[in-house]
Design a protein around this ligand. Structure first.
Ligand code: PMP
Length: 353
């Protein structure tokens, strides 16, 4: 067999469909409907392509300083990577041991966590969400664990956990790293926990440029944490690839994160469209969770999730669905532009007759 035992045993993560050429309303991968900041686009145009001859700065200091400025932390508290998936992957390797107490995360959450565990042979346990899809932190307090990963807001449920609850986990498991995956936190009514990393040396906050910074194609994610955690992440990164963030992405990403005004305008617009869409779906009889993210998690009143998704697909609208038994009738619907969502709601009403 031309495969390692490791490769033979893997079940990879499957990302949402990226249609090639076909014109669709794309509400399936939680991308931002608006372009990157005009300042980011200007930075791209002004980038000196001659610089591509050289390797990038392996520690991306200028970019990290810009992120630190935006997050209210110090440069040494920031780690950057090729998308937050890579940052998470390195964090699992850096902070969780193989063959130890299980790493805990909810049974319904970002499915990549399980994939990282299988890649690194990390023992894990999936902790059931309550029937209403909320996290009960009591389930995480007493257990022996190697670490905890909470997506906040959670995906695909869109529901936020109170920051105070995450802090209680951090304070309970003081010799374990707690990862708060804040991929969607910029759309939440709660502030990021990034600043709390100054207080807690075992809290790692992971964020991404893919959603709120309209930069999924640029592949840029980061972690905020105590300097010791960041140094550990860097040492793992340097055993894998010294240059995970290329110089073009670093330059454009820096301009994107420095444009706070544009970021606030786009996130506010997406939040307003989300509330409008959630109301309309509720009126159509959908069961809709309380979303703090740039997507909505909703169950159509009839037809079932699979059939509803197929009917939307036939009308040129892509949404995501997961085959997990508890949520297979739910659709995860990314918030697109106002126009996209008007069309989406209209098509849903037509499907329901
Ligand atoms: N965390 C969560 C909860 C996500 O949904 C995603 C997007 N699939 C990511 C992390 C990774 O995003 P990216 O690699 O684009 O930064």
């Amino acid at each position: 067999m031309l495969k390692s035992k490791l490769a033979a045993g893997l079940t990879p993560y499957v990302p949402g469909e990226q249609p090639k050429g076909e014109k669709v309303i794309k509400l399936n991968t939680n991308e931002n409907p608006y372009p990157p900041s005009p300042k980011a686009i200007a930075a791209l145009r002004e980038f000196d392509a001659g610089r591509l001859r050289l390797y990038p700065d392996p520690t991306a200091d200028v970019l990290r300083a810009a992120i630190a400025g935006a997050e209210g932390v110090k440069t040494e508290n920031v780690f950057v990577g090729n998308g937050s998936d890579e940052v998470l992957s390195l964090a699992f390797a850096a902070f969780f041991d193989a063959d130890s107490d299980p790493v805990l995360f909810p049974d319904i959450t970002y499915s990549f966590y399980k994939v990282f565990c299988s890649l690194y042979n990390i023992n894990y346990a999936e902790v059931p969400l309550r029937p209403d899809f909320t996290v009960d932190i009591a389930d995480y307090m007493e257990r022996k664990t190697s670490g905890i990963v909470i997506a906040n807001p959670n995906a695909p449920t869109a529901i936020a956990l109170d920051n105070g609850d995450i802090c209680r986990l951090v304070e309970t498991h003081t010799n374990r790293v707690i990862i708060a995956d804040e991929a969607y936190a910029d759309f939440s009514s709660q502030p990021s926990l990034a600043a709390m990393t100054a207080k807690y040396n075992n809290l790692l906050v992971v964020k991404t440029f893919s959603k709120s910074r309209s930069f999924a194609g640029g592949r840029l994610g980061y972690a905020i944490g105590n300097e010791e955690l960041i140094t550990t992440l860097r040492s793992v990164k340097d055993c894998f690839n010294s240059y995970t963030v290329n110089s073009l992405t670093a330059a454009v990403g820096r301009a994107a994160i420095e444009d706070r005004e544009y970021f606030e305008e786009c996130t506010a617009r997406i939040i307003a469209t989300r509330e409008w869409t959630a109301d309309r779906l509720s009126q159509l009889g959908f069961t809709v969770t309380k979303s703090d993210a740039n997507f909505i998690f909703a169950k159509p009143p009839t037809l079932g999730g699979k059939e509803f998704q197929a009917r939307l697909r036939a009308r040129g609208i892509l949404v995501r669905r997961f085959d997990h038994p508890r949520i297979s009738d739910y659709l995860r619907i990314t918030i697109g532009s106002e126009e996209d969502m008007r069309e989406f709601v209209k098509v849903c009403a037509e499907i329901l007759g």
